[in-house]
Design a binder for this molecule. Structure first.
Ligand SMILES: [Zn+2]
Length: 75
């Protein structure tokens, strides 16, 4: 099952969310993905290399704007 990384705009906490793609899309639309720390649903998906599971911050997206091609692993 894919892992998605989210960032809480409320408290700044990063967390990972496990769900199927369709389930994630649905929950994102419903704003039912909540921060694990403060419970806020003001979360945004993070596309980058931050991994809670390994505890290592591989790389933040340093790209200047367009899409995901800022040096991440997606391209
Ligand atoms: Zn939070």
């Amino acid at each position: 099952m894919p892992t998605y990384e989210f960032h809480c705009k409320e408290c700044g906490y990063y967390f990972e969310f496990f769900a199927s793609i369709s389930e994630k899309e649905r929950k994102a639309k419903e704003h039912s993905i909540a921060c694990e720390q403060c419970g806020s649903n003001k979360v945004e998906q993070v596309f980058g290399g931050f991994s809670i599971l390994t505890g290592t911050q591989v790389r933040q997206n340093t790209g200047g704007g367009s899409g995901c091609c800022g040096g991440g692993a997606c391209c």
